[in-house]
Design a protein around this ligand. Structure first.
Ligand code: ZN
Ligand code: ZN
Length: 277
């Protein structure tokens, strides 16, 4: 469904955006051209020049080389890119409007040089975008597309509902509550273990009890939910169960008991997930 006149319009818009320095718009236009004509050498090279991420630019230039290895514009782009890499890539070169036929630096049209902007979070990464909320520059590692555009890690965190924003203090409470319950609850149950069939069942029910009780208490104390809270509680249950086993059985830990304890921890974590998710 490619309409040649439409593609020319987009290409024209891309060239104009490049000329006025709007590299983000220009990149989007060239990508739109490539979506219709993936083998468009001019668009590939123009896009490569506009991309500050080294690996991405190299990928595009390599793609152009595969398509037209002897095209002078491709060779010039390869040489230019190698030169930039040996210079340490401190500068990106944004070409002027009609520089696609440029061969060498000497007779190329004047270029606008501007420093690479680094990511506000990752000091060694080049920023390719800005946060749509706070306008800080961000790198590809920071960018997670969102319904309102690209958000930086800080703004993304601010958008998480309050009840899912937990910190170390909440995790310690969650882990502590679970550890205490997992230590105490097995004590009465252990006496039932000698009853065939019913005993182990009750022991497993204890696992569920540990999970749901610690989830309820943790919610009361912290009002926090989410994966980190479940993980902290789960670790607490594991530690508590281990302590309970050592207290109750000392050196006489049987395989059966280990299996029962692992199952009971799994059930505890399951009920934690149901409540804290
Ligand atoms: Zn932000
Ligand atoms: Zn970053």
């Amino acid at each position: 469904m490619s309409d040649p006149s439409m593609i020319e319009l987009i290409r024209d818009a891309a060239d104009k955006a490049t000329a006025r320095g709007d590299t983000i718009a220009a990149r989007n236009y060239y990508r739109a051209v490539l979506a219709q004509q993936p083998h468009d050498i001019d668009a590939i090279l123009a896009l490569a020049q506009l991309i500050p991420v080294v690996s991405e630019r190299q990928r595009l230039i390599a793609q152009a080389q595969v398509l037209e290895p002897n095209n002078p514009a491709v060779l010039a782009a390869v040489a230019e890119n190698e030169k930039l890499i040996t210079q340490g890539l401190k500068i990106i070169v944004v070409p002027n409007n009609d520089s696609q036929s440029s061969d060498t630096a000497a007779d190329a049209p004047p270029v606008v040089q501007r420093p690479i902007v680094m990511c506000a979070v990752h000091a060694t990464m080049e920023a390719t975008l800005r946060c749509t909320s706070c306008d800080r520059p961000m790198c590809v590692r920071c960018t997670i597309p969102n319904e309102v555009g690209q958000l930086c890690p800080t703004c993304r965190y601010k958008r998480i509902p309050e009840r899912y924003r937990s910190n170390l203090r909440h995790w310690l409470i969650a882990g502590g509550v679970s550890a205490v319950l997992a230590t105490i609850i097995p004590i009465p149950l252990v006496f039932l273990l000698s009853i065939p069939f019913i005993g182990p069942m009750l022991f497993l029910a204890g696992g569920m009890l540990i999970g749901s009780l610690s989830a309820q208490i943790t919610l009361r104390l912290t009002a926090k939910r989410g994966q980190p809270m479940i993980m902290a509680s789960g670790i607490g249950v594991g530690i508590g169960s281990l302590i309970a086993m050592l207290i109750l059985f000392g050196g006489n830990i049987s395989l059966m008991l280990i299996v029962l304890t692992v199952l009971s921890i799994a059930l505890a974590v399951r009920s934690l997930q149901q409540t804290l998710n």
